[in-house]
Design a protein around this ligand. Sequence first.
Ligand SMILES: [Cu+2]
Length: 125
Amino acid sequence: MKKALLAAIFLGVVLFLAACGGDDTEQTGDTDSSDDSSVTTQIDITASNFTLDPTENTVNAGEEVKITLTNDEGMHGIAIDELDVNIEGEGEATFTPEEPGEYTIYCNIPCGQGHDDMTATLIVQ
Ligand SMILES: [Cu+2]
C-alpha cells in the first residue's frame, strides 16, 4: 500500500512538472520589438562669459526633453521657470513641455557683469 501511494505521488509530481514545462511559452522570435514611443529630444547648452549657446532651441510639445548644461567658462546655471527646470552649475534636467510657446532660458547664478545677457529661448511648437 505504501509503495503504491508513493508511486502515485511520484507520478503526480512528474505529471505536474510536465504540465508546467509545457505551459512555459518561450519568448523567442520576438526580436527587438521596436516600439520607440518615448523619443527624447536632447538639448545641450554650453555656458560661457556671458552667453548661452545655442540661443534658440526648438522642441515639440508633448515630447520629453532632456536638457544638459556644460560650463565652458565661468560658473553658470540655467533655469526655465514655467517648466520647473533649474540647473546650477553643470547637470541635466528632463521635462515635457505641453504648451506651445516661447520660454526663456536664463542663467540662475549671479555670474558677473554680463549676467543679464545670459538668456536663450526655448521654442515649443
Ligand atoms: Cu549668470
